[in-house]
Structure formats: C-alpha cells, structure tokens
Design a protein around this ligand. Structure first.
Ligand SMILES: C[S@@+](CC[C@H](N)C(=O)[O-])C[C@H]1O[C@@H](n2cnc3c(N)ncnc32)[C@H](O)[C@@H]1O
Length: 239
C-alpha cells in the first residue's frame, strides 16, 4: 500500500523528531532561558496578540485559566513564572484591592516589565519576587496558585510544582495552563514543527506536568484548548 520512499520518509521524520526533542530537553538550561527572556522582556506581552486561523490561542488560554481558577474578591494568589505580568490584569480584575497577588519569576528583566504593568494600574497589593520557582519562598496560605506557559520552561519544573503545592492552603485551587503536544490525529506531524520551534523558543512541549498534578490533587480535570496544542487544568489540594 505504501511505497518504500514514503516509509523511508516517515522513518526519517520520526528519527529527526526524536533527535530534536532530545536537543530541546538538553538545551533547556537556566542560562539560555535567562538570556532569551532578557531579550524578549520588553515586548513579551505583545505575543498574546498572535493570531492563528482567526483566533488568539494565548488569550483563550488565559481566559480558560481564569474560568477554572474562579477567583473571588479578596483571594491571595500566587502566579509562578509570572513573566511580564500578562496574567495580572485578569487576576487583579477578579481579586480586587482586598486581594493579594504574588508574582515569582527568575528573569529580572521580565519582572521589570511586570513592574511596569503593576505601576501603570496603580496596584499596591502586588508583590514581585525574583527567584527560581524550584526554590521559591512566596509565603503560605494561598487560595489559588497559577502558572501559565511556565511548566514547559522551568528547568526543575517538578520541584517548582511542589513548592507551589506547599504554598497552597488545603482546599485551595491549583491551576495551570500551557503548551503541549496535541493528541489529535494531526497532532503527531505538527508536533514536529513544535520540536523545531522548541530549538528557538526554548521549551520542552513533550513534558506532561498534568500527570504529576493529577496524582496529588483532588477533583483534577484538564481541558484542551486550540486543537489540543494548549491545555488548562485545575485541581484542589487535599485537606
Ligand atoms: C513563556 S514565559 C511565561 C510567562 C507568563 N507566565 C505568561 O503566561 O505570559 C516563561 C517564564 O518562565 C520564567 N522562568 C524560567 N525559568 C524559571 C525558573 N526556574 N523559575 C521561575 N521562573 C522561570 C521565564 O523567565 C519566563 O518569564
């Protein structure tokens, strides 16, 4: 049914994909990330305006995150790997002046951009902490912890997830959203393109952090966004 050339093409594609994936995993170092986000910081949040097939996948991801987080006025929220504060307006709109937001990021330049977002809105209840999320000490008793587009990037992402879990109060909500490999039939060939992009944007989209979370949280659920190339997930910390 398939000729030899076709089968050879598939084999070469699969081998190249697996080599690329390994290169991405090995290339994901804090040093490279620091350099990358230093250069991207000033314009990073504009990436949300990236339109694909008439849709804005990153904005859809943020809206899904907010829907799952169901933030309430007065909530204390941790946003780890917060970057340039793209989530902040969504969070602050909901928790208001009686809430508290703590943003943690490794990159001083991304935090500087986040500080500009905070100052431009005049928020006084936002704290920014420069730290590796794997060793962060953001405080305790958070009502909600959030991370978007962070878990495919943070080198020691499981330690970071554990630190956030420790900071969350029992019964609190843990919400994450990120890029991932789509499990739809067209996901496999397109994963190759993501592997190529991973060389430039320094991500490891082969990670499956939801499995780590699902094993530790109650009422865990995950939903696909934008053809399964993004997801958002939520669970609650056991009492
Ligand atoms: C793709 S950006 C996402 C930013 C933001 N969460 C958003 O949704 O726009 C990834 C962020 O992870 C940060 N990061 C990388 N390594 C980190 C680490 N070890 N600890 C905390 N943040 C880290 C980067 O500095 C960058 O700001």
């Amino acid at each position: 049914m398939f000729n030899r050339r076709f089968l050879l093409g598939v084999a070469v594609g699969l081998a190249a994909g697996s080599l690329l994936r390994r290169a991405n995993q090995q290339g994901l170092t804090q040093e490279r990330l620091t350099d990358y986000y230093r250069r991207r910081a000033a314009n990073y949040n504009a990436t949300d305006q990236l339109q694909l097939f008439g849709r804005y996948p990153r904005i859809e991801m943020r809206q899904a995150t907010m829907h799952l987080a169901d933030l309430q006025p007065g909530d204390k929220v941790l946003d780890f790997a917060c970057g340039a504060g793209a989530n902040f307006p969504y969070i602050m709109d909901r928790i208001g002046s009686t809430g508290k937001l703590v943003g943690v990021d490794y990159s001083p330049e991304m935090l500087e951009a986040a500080r500009k977002v905070v100052d431009s809105h005049g928020w006084t209840n936002v704290e920014l902490i420069q730290s590796d999320a794997a060793t962060m000490q953001p405080g305790t008793d958070f009502d909600v912890v959030i991370s978007t587009l962070g878990l495919v990037v943070i080198p020691r992402h499981e330690l970071a997830m554990q630190q956030a879990l420790d900071a969350l109060k029992p019964g609190g909500k843990y919400v994450v959203a990120d890029l991932c490999e789509s499990e739809r039939w067209y996901g496999r060939p397109l994963a190759f393109i993501m592997d190529v992009l991973g060389l430039f944007i320094i991500t490891d989209t082969a990670r499956r952090p939801w499995e780590w979370l699902a094993a530790r949280l109650n009422n865990f659920r995950r939903e696909e966004i934008f053809h399964g190339f993004f997801y958002a997930a939520v669970g609650t910390k056991p009492e």
